[in-house]
Design a protein around this ligand. Structure first.
Ligand SMILES: [Zn+2]
Length: 44
């Protein structure tokens, strides 16, 4: 998941290409963010 660095709005899931802008502030700078879902790995 990507988030706009300016307004913090999350982008749509498919952010793979350049040229995507934030709908709110039109920023082109995003940062990758881990989803809230935690992957639980059980050790064997
Ligand atoms: Zn924004």
């Amino acid at each position: 998941m990507f988030r706009c660095v300016r307004c913090g709005e999350p982008l749509p899931a498919d952010y793979n290409s350049y040229g995507v802008r934030c709908d709110y502030c039109h920023s082109k700078i995003f940062r990758k963010e881990h989803p809230n879902v935690k992957k639980v790995l059980k050790a064997r």
